[in-house]
Design a protein around this ligand. Structure first.
Ligand code: SF4
Length: 123
């Protein structure tokens, strides 16, 4: 068996590197696509609640439950709380797949994937 030439080695290294870079880029674009599919557009004429809203801040609200301050709300990190989102809160009324009205936070729509310290289980 002959030893691979320097040219063949460089060629196969470039192919491997390209494949690696492409797979990373491809996976990244899939992730972006998944996020875009997940977040529905705001219903026409509605505005998104500002997380800086005084009541929102007081309740520790975030449009993405993953942004919750887990030091302030350690209960949200418990396994039994993993499905707590606005979309399944008793105080949430959906406007579309991604957005809805909250009875506590009335200065805009909240994301279905949000959470705050007043989350309540539906009866
Ligand atoms: S009360 Fe419920 S619907 Fe309103 S922000 Fe908190 S978790 Fe979301």
């Amino acid at each position: 068996m002959s030893k691979p030439s320097r040219r063949e080695f460089i060629k196969s290294s470039l192919i491997t590197a390209s494949a690696f870079i492409f797979s990373g880029t491809f996976l990244k674009s899939l992730t972006v696509f998944a996020k875009e599919v997940k977040s529905a557009p705001l219903p026409e004429g509605e505005k998104k609640l500002d997380e800086a809203d005084a009541v929102a801040k007081a309740l520790g609200f975030h449009h993405n439950a993953k942004d919750t301050d887990f030091v302030r709300y350690p209960q949200r990190k418990k396994p039994e709380a993993k499905n707590q989102f606005c979309k399944n809160c008793a105080l949430y009324a959906p406007k579309n797949d991604g957005w809805g009205k909250c009875q506590m936070l009335t200065n805009g729509l909240v994301s279905a994937e949000g959470w705050c310290g007043s989350w309540s289980k539906k009866a």
